[in-house]
Design a binder for this molecule. Structure first.
Ligand SMILES: [Cu+2]
Length: 315
């Protein structure tokens, strides 16, 4: 065998690139994507995975090659050649990661901005184009201004207030007055969550929607997203918030528009008819203890333990 080494290097480089590109799209590490925003996050993640795979194969390949190729021959007691640095090599392996970091920084900032990270109230560029109301000059019209009643109905974000407490999420719907321990939204309508916490720092995480937001006492935070897949998805607290942090879970149900209307009606009547026994409780006139009682069983907490938690945080 007498193959020129630069050809071998070229073939190895092509193979490494192809494997990286394939694995970047087929790693299977992400859960189902259920929001319009998820695609952009996944593309960013896939690019990072492609780069990481290439670097992993390059570094590990060179190590394995060197271990075999430069292994000490039996009986060889001489020293290796005294090599002191290699300036061109140093420049190359500093410049390449610098370029990679800059590309990822700019790209991830673009995604963050497109998802409304800089201005959650203005994050309607994720909606399908035909839903965006335009005036005659082709400029987007502010929500609710000049929009026809139908388009206002379908475009206006569904507002939900999210309150994190040890150890539950409480969802309040300002439009309908519904208060619930799990989140229900209709498909294909933007949702705006107004997130805060009443005791310690929590983090509101929707893995299938690729969004996460700290919930901090005394500070309101917004998250907007548009669900595009009917189903039930986990809602997780992603900030260690106390002994029962691991139990601070609930679900987000994405309904069809009709099913969502039904849910709204069912819960509106349930709360009016039977406020104490319905799942969606009205907390405005119940204590923490009363409010948390239905969840205590799910969390495996004694009712007495809940009673001892910050007895006056609604005052
Ligand atoms: Cu928490």
């Amino acid at each position: 065998m007498n193959i020129p080494s630069n050809i071998v290097t070229l073939i190895a480089g092509i193979a490494l690139t192809l494997i990286s590109l394939w694995y970047g799209q087929n790693h299977g590490l992400l859960p189902i994507a259920a929001s319009n925003e998820a695609g952009q996050v996944d593309e960013l993640f896939n690019l990072m995975m492609t780069i990481a795979t290439g670097l992993f194969l390059l570094v590990e390949g060179v190590i394995i090659y060197s271990v075999i190729k430069f292994r000490r021959k039996q009986g060889d007691t001489t020293d290796g050649p005294p090599i002191e640095g290699n300036v061109p090599l140093e420049i190359v392996w500093t410049a390449i990661p610098t370029v990679i970091v800059f590309i990822l920084a700019i790209y991830s900032f673009e995604v963050y901005n497109a998802m409304g990270g800089l201005d959650p109230m203005a994050s309607h560029d994720m909606r399908p184009k035909q839903q965006i109301a335009m005036n005659t000059e082709g400029k987007e019209i502010a929500l609710g201004l000049g929009a026809s009643p139908e388009s206002e109905q379908s475009n206006a974000p569904l507002m939900v207030n999210v309150n994190g407490i040890q150890y539950a999420w409480i969802f309040t719907y300002p439009d309908t007055g519904i208060i619930a321990g799990d989140l229900h939204v209709p498909i294909d309508r933007p949702v705006q969550l107004n997130i805060n916490a009443s005791d310690v720092i929590h983090a509101f995480w929707l893995p299938e929607f690729r969004i996460k937001q700290d919930a901090i006492p005394g500070r309101d935070a917004q998250l907007t997203f548009t669900p595009n897949r009917v189903g039930q998805y986990p809602v997780i607290c992603a900030e260690l918030c106390g002994a029962y942090h691991g139990g601070m879970k609930t679900t987000l149900t994405v309904h069809t528009a009709e099913d969502y209307e039904q849910w709204v009606q069912d819960n509106t009547f349930a709360q009016a008819d039977n406020p104490q026994e319905s799942v969606a409780l009205n907390i405005s006139n119940s204590s923490d203890q009363e409010f948390l009682a239905p969840y205590a069983e799910d969390l495996g907490i004694e009712a007495e333990a809940i009673a001892q938690l910050h007895p006056d945080h609604h005052h």
